[in-house]
Every structure is written in structure tokens, then in C-alpha cells.
Write a protein that binds this ligand. Structure first.
Ligand SMILES: [Zn+2]
Length: 139
């Protein structure tokens, strides 16, 4: 099982899992086979229901070559710096402007790939997060 499949397994239980390096304490994303800082292979998974973070930037997609996204356009995606360190590309729900404190969750799309979604920490919206049928934003 490769690193992304491990993350998908956690996401199938609605958990966001990040790799922590036992040698240098780096937290990394996306998952890899080796630590991106020291190349150690002693990577440990730590999972939670959500990670806190802050929106760095967001944009609105009006077009996608992925057929699965056509019904959900326009679609908000952006960069979020997670509190543990890494910056992730994820879907943004309403109210996720630059500087907004957010919580980021992981769910698998219909193809079984983990998809990250950010929502404001305060007053989370009632709406469902955007759902990708078979594709994820490019990383
Ligand atoms: Zn390391």
C-alpha cells in the first residue's frame, strides 16, 4: 500500500491523516514514502477529525476538463496552511476568504481518492462541502 492509499484509508473513516517524521519532527503533505526534509523512512501517521489552518488564497474555477466537476462549477479552491505546518490545496466552502481561520477535513471521492475541504472554524456552514465525483484538484 503506498502513502496515498494509506491516507485514503483514513479518509474512508472521515479522518485527515498527516505523516510525521520520527527523525526530525517534520509534518508533511502530500504523503510520500520518505521525509521531505531528512529523507528518513520513519514516517508515522497521525489522524484527526479535522486540522486547523488559515486560508492563504482562494480562487473560483469556472471551467474544468474533468467531466465530474461540470455540474459543480463554479467551484472554490484554494491554499490553506495547516496548523501542523504543511500547505494544502483544497476545496473552500462559503466564507473561506484569505486570512480566514478554517478547519480542514478529508473525505474520499467516488474514485476513492482523498479530497480535502476547508470550512470556517467559526459558524461552519450548513451546506455540504463540494463533492468531487471522480477527480481532485491538481496539486
Ligand atoms: Zn525527517
Amino acid at each position: 500500500m503506498n502513502a496515498m492509499q494509506h491516507m485514503a484509508e483514513y479518509a474512508s473513516r472521515n479522518q485527515l491523516a498527516l505523516q510525521h517524521c520520527a527523525a526530525c519532527n517534520t509534518v508533511q503533505y502530500p504523503p510520500r514514502e520518505l521525509c521531505c526534509t531528512c529523507l528518513a523512512d520513519q514516517l508515522q501517521w497521525r489522524a484527526s477529525d479535522a486540522e486547523g489552518g488559515e486560508v492563504l488564497a482562494g480562487t473560483l474555477l469556472h471551467h474544468s476538463h474533468e467531466h465530474a466537476f461540470r455540474d459543480t462549477l463554479p467551484l472554490r479552491v484554494g491554499l490553506v496552511r495547516l496548523d501542523p505546518g504543511p500547505t494544502v490545496v483544497c476545496f473552500l466552502t462559503a466564507g473561506c476568504d484569505a486570512g480566514t481561520p478554517v478547519r480542514v477535513t478529508a473525505r474520499n471521492d467516488a474514485a476513492g481518492r482523498p479530497v480535502l475541504t476547508a470550512m470556517p472554524s467559526a459558524n461552519p456552514p450548513v451546506e455540504d462541502p463540494p463533492r468531487a465525483a471522480t477527480a481532485t484538484p491538481s496539486r
